[in-house]
Design a protein around this ligand. Structure first.
Ligand code: PMV
Length: 370
């Protein structure tokens, strides 16, 4: 059944309503770091628990999609001119799912050009930025074919809902600042289908949080996140995890609202360690953290005890995100450089911060995420 957010596209016939035969849409979309982690999903890429993330500024994917309406071969033909590109299959699968909601997309012949701002082989997951950038382009094209101006308040949940079909965490990247995904009575209008902005619950000082990404390992993950999500369906700690995530969401919201860094540190670190505990205690268990990850965690906790305001969080990998406020940036970055970066591959650290969300990069119709 079609989601009501996509109802307007049902009447688009094969040719679309716009007179043009060729379109190009271009969007830049950021990655995000979850403070409360999405881990485990139900059918339809719906989350087992609510999650909350901070959108990044510098770690972005830029994607341009060229669409033709009059070609014999339809579907996504190539990525960066390559018909065997590593992302092609995932993007084609996503397109297929989105075409169930917007059948018109199946008539198009598409070519994508995409690049990430973060260096190759840093171990930084690109699915949130990559899938949201692709979703933005596809919906941009569908809207232009419809020849209808869509209010921004409808555009964002629609793009978020579409991005979710590509990668769960991608649905949160559609918003600048903080975003929350998954039904929770704590956030008005929250839904399992799409993310919603959470900035109205956040203290202004938390809007300038910094994130230094410590590259402990650039090796590809041993287990794709889809497999990790799947392991939750039969996980012995499933019920406890759902209760924990809901409580942690309440505590993170409290910390963000009151600018309480210590509480934020307690909850965000609990989430990171819980994610990896769930990975390790699944069957089969997976260990993604490396000795360097643990060294950094110990150093961060020691330094915080001595008064340095920083916290760590982890994705499903060995790299460590260090969060700290803009006012403590100088002293924390010195500590990262002197004490933490020796645990990183070639001392690599990528500095990022809370960012404004996606921006359009094509020349036509300007929609930016404000
Ligand atoms: O969006 P996926 O399927 O790659 O899952 C991401 C899961 C985590 O990054 C571990 C947590 C999160 O909420 O982003």
């Amino acid at each position: 059944m079609t989601h009501p957010l996509f109802a307007r596209f049902q009447n688009l016939n094969k040719k679309g309503r716009a007179p043009e035969k060729n379109f190009t849409a271009g969007w830049q979309s950021p990655s995000n770091i979850a403070l409360v982690k999405y881990w485990g999903k139900k059918d339809g890429q719906l989350p087992l628990n609510p999650s909350l993330s901070m959108t990044l500024k510098n770690a972005v994917t830029q994607t341009r999609v060229h669409a033709s309406t009059d070609q014999e071969i339809t579907g996504l033909i190539s990525v960066n001119g390559d018909q065997h590109h590593a992302f092609l299959l995932k993007m084609q699968q996503f397109l297929k799912l989105l075409a169930i909601e917007i059948p018109y997309l199946a008539n198009l012949s598409l070519r994508a050009e995409t690049s990430n701002s973060f260096p190759h082989s840093t171990g930084i997951a690109s699915s949130a930025s990559g899938m949201s950038a692709f979703a933005l382009c596809l919906l941009d094209i569908a809207c232009r074919m419809l020849h209808e101006e869509i209010p921004y308040s409808e555009w964002q949940p629609m793009v978020s809902c579409a991005s979710r079909l590509g990668s769960g965490s991608a649905c949160r990247s559609v918003y600048g600042g903080y975003a929350m995904w998954g039904k929770s009575e704590l956030i008005t209008g929250s839904s399992d289908d799409f993310a919603v902005p959470a900035n109205e619950y956040v203290h202004p000082d938390m809007m300038s949080l910094r994130d230094a990404i410590l590259i402990v390992s650039t090796k590809p993950k041993k287990v794709p996140s889809s497999q990790g999500h799947q392991s939750m369906n039969v996980h012995p700690y499933l019920t406890g995890r759902i209760a924990q995530a809901n409580q942690n969401l309440a505590d993170v919201l409290h910390a963000l609202a009151l600018d309480d860094f210590d509480q934020l540190a307690a909850v965000a670190e609990n989430e990171a360690l819980s994610l990896h505990s769930l990975l390790m205690s699944a069957s089969p268990g997976t260990i993604l953290i490396q000795p360097g990850t643990l060294e950094i965690i110990h150093q961060v906790r020691e330094a915080r005890k001595k008064g340095l305001p920083l916290l760590f969080t982890l994705d499903a990998g060995a790299n460590v995100h260090i969060l700290y406020s803009a006012v403590s940036a100088k002293e924390v970055e010195e500590f990262i450089h002197d004490i933490l970066s020796p645990f990183c591959e070639e001392g690599r650290v990528i500095y990022d911060e809370c960012g404004p969300g996606p921006v359009q990069i094509s020349e036509n119709q300007k929609k930016s995420a404000e």
